[in-house]
Design a binder for this molecule. Structure first.
Ligand code: BEZ
Length: 228
């Protein structure tokens, strides 16, 4: 939000707004804001939460806005879209000349120990080592190149560790895996999953469990890029 620094009178697009929490925060700056999300259930919830704000169902890979926005903002979403060049093209098209793209998402090495524990458990149980990772976690160089090719000038970029406490106490990592990493288990029979999850927890506990709280080893990339 600080990097976006929205101003009154500006038009801002919140790409991947979820239930609208940050869209609402942006709107307190008096900027006009539109929240979009590909999940109709999220948009329904966002509209119920913030009936005075504008929300639309839209796919980040197929944005249809044309030079409407002073800023495009996105938090914790872009790592779910494995066709980043389509997003970047749509963001470029949505921005007015001189407009800014401000985003934070998972960067290279994000949730590294969780991914490694999942892969090890799957292989140890005799399942093939295929790539089950559903995420896009680029380096700054990779993402910067993509932005620059599209005509977005990268003026700020940082990759940083952001260990994040999880809710649910002892159940925290189990619930996180069930919610976000279920693709790793797609070929594993349900009756085998519980013991695999227990093994994964044991592997992760020394690094990620402290003071009765699990911590996800998030590593985030933050960027600001300007439409030339
Ligand atoms: C995150 O970095 O916010 C994240 C990464 C993978 C799954 C869920 C969240």
């Amino acid at each position: 939000m600080e990097l976006l620094a929205p101003q009154g009178g500006e038009c801002i697009l919140d790409l991947g707004c979820g239930t609208g929490y940050l869209t609402d925060k942006i709107s307190t700056s008096e900027a006009e804001v539109v929240g979009i999300d590909s999940a109709p259930t999220m948009i329904e919830q966002a509209r119920a939460n913030y009936p005075n704000l504008k929300f639309e169902v839209a796919d980040g890979r197929n944005l249809q806005f044309k030079e409407q926005f002073d800023g495009v903002f996105s938090n914790a979403v872009l790592h779910w879209i494995t066709e980043p060049e389509k997003v970047v093209a749509g963001v470029w098209q949505a921005l007015k000349p001189g407009g800014r793209f401000v985003a934070e998402f998972g960067g290279k090495g994000n949730v590294k120990s969780i991914v490694s524990a999942l892969n090890n458990a799957i292989q140890a149980a005799g399942y093939p080592a295929i790539n089950l990772n559903p995420w896009y976690f680029p380096t700054i160089g990779e993402y910067g190149t993509l932005l620059e090719k599209q005509g977005l000038q990268l003026i700020y970029a940082i990759l940083f560790d952001r260990p994040t406490p999880l809710e649910d106490g002892e159940e925290g990592i189990r619930n996180w895996i069930k919610m976000f990493a279920n693709s790793f288990f797609k070929d594993i029979p349900v009756d085998k999953q519980a013991s695999m999850l227990a093994n994964i927890e044991n592997k992760l506990r020394p690094n990620l469990y402290r003071n009765s709280t699990w911590h996800a080893d998030y590593r985030r990339i933050r960027i600001i890029a300007i439409k030339e």
